[in-house]
Design a protein around this ligand. Structure first.
Ligand SMILES: NC(=O)C1=CN([C@@H]2O[C@H](COP(=O)(O)OP(=O)(O)OC[C@H]3O[C@@H](n4cnc5c(N)ncnc54)[C@H](OP(=O)(O)O)[C@@H]3O)[C@@H](O)[C@H]2O)C=CC1
Ligand SMILES: O=C(O)C(=O)Cc1c[nH]c2ccccc12
Length: 537
């Protein structure tokens, strides 16, 4: 009974997409193109909040732009090979506008579970404006990203450190660190570039390198190293391309071991593909390490009030700390599943390219440990044009109820614009919908309002035409008896040209909407994709 009568309940007539980052936008755009309605839930107040709020000023894409595009829209021709963060954000804004993606901002998903009985996903969220909400729908697409939460290591003494401690997600530039000794903990792409930025702003950075790390030149002979690796991998085995990468790195950057940067025994691309550890693509930090402007130090054992004690026993006086210690997925915090599709670390448990589809209408995009190129791979290669399997499945199933409703509405002249129902009824009736036809029209009066007169349709909230959702529960005061569902308008996919016609035609031809069942259950399962069809990285 926990949430049977949630304060506001929204029936989503298509997939519920959680997250409005590049992955969520890409999924939404692909669905939009197919005429499938959706809702995007986003905890922040903007799209791509990681890029807008958690990136430093000097950040540029570190892979060439052709590897960072989202499906169906190129970067503008006048963009440089490595677009700036601002250019990338502008591209994403433009992308969302082009595909008419309007996320529900400030809407934080608190918990989500699959209701076995109804065959529906129940997504509980909260937002400052609307309060508690429940979204119910048949498909859930998880696009909350690998970088949803900061990783801050629990290093002894950190709380007693007197200086400023900043996670790299809050670091904008080194301007406020001028003249200060700053300890940068972490030597991934963030740690390296922040150290460089601190140098450029007259600070004195020491960078913690506690383990072996691959550093590759960003370019070889004017060509992107990533692009080169991708090309070579079409011809040669991974281990061989690894050797070539390490050779180029040695040729261009020299032997870095003397500067405290040791190479892992496993090659850079194998490490990336197998363990998701991204090699550092050098954007100038190595020169500063060689010149002594950035000091490489070993791990931190503990902090004291004004210093860091390192694992080699030395103490380093510091004014501030920047934690460039990475990010993690937060899926386990809000998604309760028992099918093991997502592991405890918040990543799909099956390896790329197979971690894109779970059971019961669950999908994930953006968890391939392949950055933006991974999003493209999943949407354009793994789900070829998203048409072959995923979209067909969602698209066909989504059409059936539309056909039913159009049929019903057109056969009843006096059909009311809205009817009363409550979320429990959606769930109760939903088993029928699993066969492919969702009964949209319910009548339910229960709870404290039972026996009262139904409100006039005009007093009920309007259907959300834009989002193709139906507001089911109308009572926000905790008096849950009245709710409503269904109008012909809602189920006509306003945004899609093609599917409206398909749905209506079915009815006009006289074939019973129920006959769609066979069409749906016979959707063939396509073979799982193979890596050969993908970007090799
Ligand atoms: N321009 C761009 O496009 C950029 C892209 N990125 C991408 O963003 C993602 C995140 O990168 P980033 O923020 O660098 O995070 P990463 O997860 O790549 O790196 C985290 C770093 O922190 C270190 N670390 C973690 N805990 C500790 C600790 N207790 N003591 C010392 N070191 C520690 C790790 O070391 P260890 O390996 O020993 O665990 C590692 O070096 C990556 O995919 C990266 O490629 C980042 C910056 C710029
Ligand atoms: O930028 C990132 O986080 C990436 O994961 C991009 C990426 C995918 N494969 C790579 C291989 C080498 C360097 C970066 C990447």
């Amino acid at each position: 009974m926990d949430s049977l009568f949630s304060p506001r309940c929204v029936w989503v007539n298509g997939p519920i997409i959680v997250g409005a980052g590049p992955s969520g936008l890409a999924v939404a755009a692909s669905l939009r193109e197919q005429g499938v309605p959706f809702v995007v839930l986003e905890r922040e107040d903007c799209i791509a909040s990681l890029w807008q709020k958690c990136t430093y000023d000097r950040l540029k894409l570190h892979l060439p732009k052709q590897f960072c595009e989202l499906p169906r829209m190129h970067f503008p021709d006048d963009y440089p090979e490595y677009p700036t963060r601002r250019q990338f954000i502008d591209y994403l804004e433009n992308y969302a506008a082009t595909f008419d993606v309007k996320p529900e901002f400030g809407n934080t998903v608190q918990s989500t579970r699959y209701d076995e009985t109804s065959g529906l996903w129940r997504v509980h969220s909260s937002s400052a404006g609307a309060g508690e909400m429940e979204y119910i729908g048949r498909w859930l697409v998880v696009t909350t990203d690998e970088n949803a939460e900061n990783v801050v290591p629990d290093i002894p003494g950190l709380e007693g450190f007197a200086g400023k401690v900043t996670h790299v997600s809050d670091y904008k530039s080194g301007a406020s660190y001028k003249g200060q000794s700053v300890l940068v903990v972490g030597c991934g792409n963030s740690g390296m570039e922040v150290s460089l930025d601190l140098c450029d702003h007259g600070a004195l950075p020491s960078m913690v390198v506690r383990d072996a790390v691959h550093v590759l030149p960003r370019e070889v002979c004017g060509r992107s190293t990533f692009e080169l690796a991708t090309m070579l991998m079409a011809w040669f085995p991974l281990w061989f391309v690894d050797k070539i990468m390490v050779f180029f790195s040695w040729l261009i950057l020299g032997n870095l071991a003397g500067f405290g940067i040791r190479r892992p025994a496993i090659g850079p691309l194998t490490l990336k593909n197998k363990y998701g550890r991204t090699p550092v693509l050098d954007s100038g930090a190595m020169a500063k390490i060689k010149s002594g402007d950035i000091t490489v130090v070993p791990g931190v054992a503990r902090f004291t009030k004004n210093s860091a004690e390192l694992t080699d026993g030395t103490a380093l006086d510091i004014d501030a700390v920047v934690m460039a210690t990475g990010y993690k997925s937060n899926v386990p915090q809000w998604l309760q599943t028992t099918d093991g599709f997502f592991g405890k670390d918040g990543y799909p448990t099956t390896a790329f390219p197979n971690g894109w589809k779970g059971q019961s209408g669950l999908y994930s995009v953006g968890f391939t440990r392949r950055g933006l190129s991974g999003v493209y791979s999943i949407l354009c290669h793994v789900w070829p044009a998203m048409g072959a399997q995923k979209m067909t499945e969602i698209h066909l199933r989504w059409q059936a109820p539309a056909a039913l409703l159009v049929g019903l509405v057109s056969s009843l002249h006096t059909w009311p614009r809205s009817l009363v129902m409550s979320p429990d009824l959606i769930l109760a009736m939903a088993p029928v919908s699993r066969t492919g036809v969702r009964p949209y029209l319910f009548l339910s009066v229960s709870g404290p309002m039972a026996g009262r007169r139904m409100p006039k349709p005009a007093r009920l909230p309007r259907m959300s035409q834009e989002k193709n959702t139906m507001i089911l529960s109308t009572n926000q005061s905790g008096n849950h008896a009245m709710s409503m569902v269904a109008s012909s308008k809602v189920d006509r996919p306003q945004t899609s040209r093609g599917s409206t016609c398909t749905a209506s035609r079915t009815t006009i031809d006289g074939s019973a909407p129920w006959s769609q069942r066979s069409r749906e259950t016979s959707i063939p399962e396509l073979p799982q994709p193979t890596t050969s069809t993908l970007w090799p990285l």
